[in-house]
Design a protein around this ligand. Structure first.
Ligand code: ADP
Ligand code: MG
Length: 215
């Protein structure tokens, strides 16, 4: 997977976040402050602008790692709340993990997603079961590593990644939130899908779609 696939991932993530902006904001209205979709859409729109502004004639051609670093830096600059710094950290750590590789294979992508998860957990101190984006990201990275270890194709491994994230987002519905704004609701947070887990599933679904379209 080269820089074009990563650019396509982020562009596709921006599109799917925009299409689901109101849905994500409604999820956040139920157990938060109704800004998750609006925040993320603003952030990803800025990322798309920043990617467009990358100079195609630059001396060093862009790399997957640089695209993810730019994504993370832009999200940190544009998105407030809990999710901005957390997603910013995730993309920055993934970008750093890829270093200056021009082409990213499945194990390198898996290591980058593991680094993203570690960054989110370092910053937010959430564990699985706390009803946050960590639930979706942790289930996804686990399914991805397992698929790779079993010799899955790129397509199948990324499908496993995205499917695990979606299932984990749905699995947050019966949980009681223990981190973030939703935790203030205590037992009243039960019965609603976590907005950050839902957006993580959308972003990882966009990765699967971009990699499949790029083949
Ligand atoms: P805010 O709660 O500040 O309004 P957002 O609405 O943009 O921020 O994002 C809320 C999402 O952030 C939650 O649904 C949850 O997934 C995620 N989140 C909140 N706190 C944490 C944390 N400590 N660790 C991981 N994710 C968190
Ligand atoms: Mg919110």
């Amino acid at each position: 997977m080269d820089a074009e696939v990563f650019r396509a991932w982020i562009t596709s993530a921006a599109r799917v976040i925009e299409a689901n902006r109101d849905h994500l904001t409604q999820l956040d209205a139920a157990i938060g402050d109704a800004d998750h979709g609006i925040n993320l859409d603003r952030g990803f729109a800025a990322v798309v602008g920043a990617l467009r502004a990358l100079d195609p004639a630059a001396a060093a051609p862009t790399t997957p790692g640089r695209i993810l670093l730019l994504t993370g830096n832009t999200i940190i600059a544009k998105v407030g709340g809990a999710a901005g710094p957390l997603y910013g950290m995730a993309f920055r750590r993934a970008g750093k993990s890829l270093a200056d590789a021009a082409d990213v294979d499945l194990p390198a992508l898996s290591a980058a997603l593991d680094a993203a998860l570690a960054g989110v957990q370092q910053l937010g101190a959430a564990v699985e079961g706390d009803k946050t984006m960590v639930d979706a990201l942790a289930a996804a990275t686990r399914a991805f590593s397992k698929a790779i270890a079993e010799g899955a194709s790129t397509d199948d491994a990324l499908s496993a990644l995205a499917a695990a994230a979606s299932a984990a987002a749905i699995a947050t519905i019966p949980m009681q939130a223990r981190k973030g704004r939703a935790s203030y609701l205590g037992p009243r947070s039960v019965g609603h899908e976590d907005p950050g887990a839902a957006s993580t599933a959308l972003i990882l679904g966009a990765l699967r779609d971009a990699a499949q379209a790029g083949q």
